[in-house]
Design a binder for this molecule. Structure first.
Ligand code: MN
Length: 220
């Protein structure tokens, strides 16, 4: 299907759901109106947020066609190729979200503490990303600070409703490991803060955020 460029930009900039869910007078999250700087030049952005909302989860985001495709992963990524992690696809986020860390006020959508847990670039391992997404099998390489090497997202036949369910799986390579990366490297790649630090500095719920930090880690 061919579209005009203007129409195509509008269609691919699928942030309507993102904006509908949020009140930008109340949340410090970006509204997606401004042009992000410094992204897209060095490759496609890849981000993982650690998000202590009603439940702790990790938001896995890949830049594609001007937005961040996003998946919520309850347990976070695993470096162990024998472990498949459930990844519920959620609404596209603006590219500026790749720089967001802070506290979403309680009562707002996703209220809780958000950490920039990993960030870097990603490279598709397939010739046609759109076709791979449609097919439900996207292979890619991550060049993050915590997550590296080859991975795959595979769509399952479950959850065909609003939130398609995918599985995030590490491929066997030199970066595969049995290390529990969530416990071993719990700090922000942007600020070195733990969840409790972010909550304290951004006036969030420190006790709730601290529950997401591994036992034995020390807030500053
Ligand atoms: Mn989230």
């Amino acid at each position: 299907m061919k579209r005009t460029k203007a129409k195509d930009d509008k269609a691919r900039n699928g942030l309507e759901e993102y904006r509908r869910k949020r009140n930008f007078d109340a949340t410090p999250e970006p509204d997606g109106d401004s042009r992000p700087q410094g992204t897209s030049k060095k490759g496609l952005l890849f981000v993982v947020h650690k998000h202590q909302a009603s439940h702790l989860h990790y938001d896995f985001r890949l830049e594609w066609r001007g937005v961040l495709l996003s998946w919520a992963i309850p347990k976070g990524p695993s470096l162990d190729p024998s472990v498949k992690r459930l990844a519920a696809q959620v609404e596209d986020h603006p590219l500026e979200y790749g720089g967001f860390e802070g506290v979403i006020p309680e009562g707002e959508y996703g209220g809780g503490t958000v950490m920039l847990w990993d960030r870097g670039t990603w490279v598709p391992e397939v010739p046609d990303v759109d076709a791979a997404l449609r097919k439900g099998e996207l292979k890619f390489t991550l060049n993050g600070q915590k997550l590296r090497g080859s991975w795959v997202l595979v769509r399952t036949r479950l959850g065909r409703a609003a939130k398609p369910q995918w599985l995030l799986i590490k491929h066997r390579d030199q970066y595969a490991s049995s290390e529990d990366i969530e416990s071993e490297k719990p700090r922000s790649v942007a600020s070195k803060r733990l969840m409790a630090d972010i909550a304290r500095m951004d006036r969030g719920d420190v006790e709730k955020a601290a529950q997401a930090d591994p036992a034995g880690s020390r807030a500053r």
